[in-house]
Design a protein around this ligand. Structure first.
Ligand SMILES: Cc1ncc(COP(=O)(O)O)c(C=O)c1O
Length: 367
């Protein structure tokens, strides 16, 4: 029998080069919104193939500032999937608007464009698809509805750095997009951090100013603003991580291929649509015996997580603010079945084989 391994779900990359870059910033005496931030913003915009990237304090801040820059107000409605991290909905509520939850399709677990149309009302101002787990949402029908109904499209790309939809990078498809650099993401700044990216210079300028108190000049403020700034240490780390991101995404894709080959007869494996480049932020399998499989893997030293066990529309904070929400059949079913198994670029073939064998053993015993 193979020796027991201990395999984490994710692992943050660190090397001497990154530590040296951090040390240089510490010695520079410049810590907030300075040259490193500008350099990282330029490089991240180029990576996303958009005109502007504005770094902010988190992915959540990116969503909040995007909503503010688009002038989303109390009474407005924003269409989102419920099968996501809660930040997407929280920020909509924070600006006084209402999230309208739409069900997902069960192939990629992304928002189902066919259901979006029915959810549009005269109060709808935007659609915010999430590119869940690193697989892009089906954007063309979403853009078509948005054009027809005069709505903004805000991409929640917090899990999809480098993913592609029909050859277009996520982040450059809608009016504005939000990224997170939280430590578990495909690239990180080793702390909280995020970015708003957009081809619209006016939106970019509003976000740039609102992240720093609405500052026009050193001590001139002529618009509402916040402190959601970015710091230079994180920018220095971001620059180094971004250089490696394409290679890491390739490694994730390679690992996903091995997993899928090994697991496809035992569990539901992730789909990559013909039109998509999936970057496998998470590798999420599905099984009706999710909790039992999770326990089995835990006993064998394999870390797992559930993204997400309680859909947003059923979270107590949401029902207490908005009231009980209508049932979303696919979302509620999938939430009981999903299991994220280890995925990061440093995962070895032996580890992938070990995890796959443990899942296969479990499935054979529970046929
Ligand atoms: C889909 C999604 N939206 C928003 C966020 C919020 O990002 P952050 O944690 O950087 O605030 C996250 C990250 O956790 C996310 O996964």
């Amino acid at each position: 029998m193979a020796k027991k391994m201990n395999i984490p779900l994710v692992k943050v990359y660190m090397d001497e080069d990154i530590k040296k870059a951090v040390s240089e910033v510490l010695d520079s005496g410049w810590y907030i919104l300075h040259e490193k931030t500008l350099e990282f913003e330029k490089k991240f915009a180029e990576f996303c193939k958009v005109k502007n990237a504005i770094c902010v304090s988190s992915g959540t801040a990116a969503i909040f500032l995007s909503l503010q820059a688009l002038d989303i107000k109390p009474g407005d409605e924003i269409i989102i999937p419920s099968f996501s991290f809660i930040a997407t909905a929280n920020q909509i509520i924070e600006v006084g608007a209402k999230p309208i939850f739409v069900d997902i399709e069960t192939r990629t677990c992304n928002i189902d464009p066919e259901r979006i149309r029915k959810a549009v009302t005269k109060r709808t101002k935007a659609i915010m698809p999430v590119h869940l787990y690193g697989h892009p949402a089906d954007m063309d029908p979403i853009l078509e509805i948005a054009k027809e109904k005069d709505l903004y499209v805000i991409e929640d790309a917090c899990q999809a750095h480098g993913a592609e939809y029909k050859g277009r990078r996520t982040g450059g498809i809608g009016d504005v997009a939000c990224f997170s650099f939280y430590p578990s993401k495909n690239m990180t700044v080793c702390g909280d951090g995020g970015a708003v990216v957009t081809n619209d210079d006016e939106i970019a300028e509003k976000v740039r100013r609102m992240r720093d108190h609405g500052r026009k000049d050193k001590y001139l403020f002529d618009m509402k603003g916040y402190n959601q700034r970015f710091n230079e240490i994180q920018a220095a780390i971001g620059i180094k991580q971004l250089e490696k991101l394409p290679k890491w995404n390739d490694a994730r894709r390679k690992i996903a291929k091995i997993y899928t080959q090994a697991l496809k007869d035992f569990v539901v494996t992730p789909v990559e649509e013909k039109w998509a480049k999936h970057v496998y932020h998470l590798y999420v399998i599905r099984t009706s015996k999710r909790n039992e499989l999770r326990e089995h893997l835990r006993k064998h030293g394999v870390s797992t997580l559930v993204h997400y066990p309680i859909p947003i529309h059923q979270q107590p904070v949401i029902t207490s603010i908005l009231g009980v929400q209508p049932t979303l059949e696919n979302t509620e079913k999938v939430a009981k079945e999903v299991l994220s198994i280890p995925m990061h670029p440093a995962l070895t073939e032996q580890e992938v084989e070990y995890i796959s064998d443990k899942i296969a053993d479990f499935s054979k015993k529970h046929e």
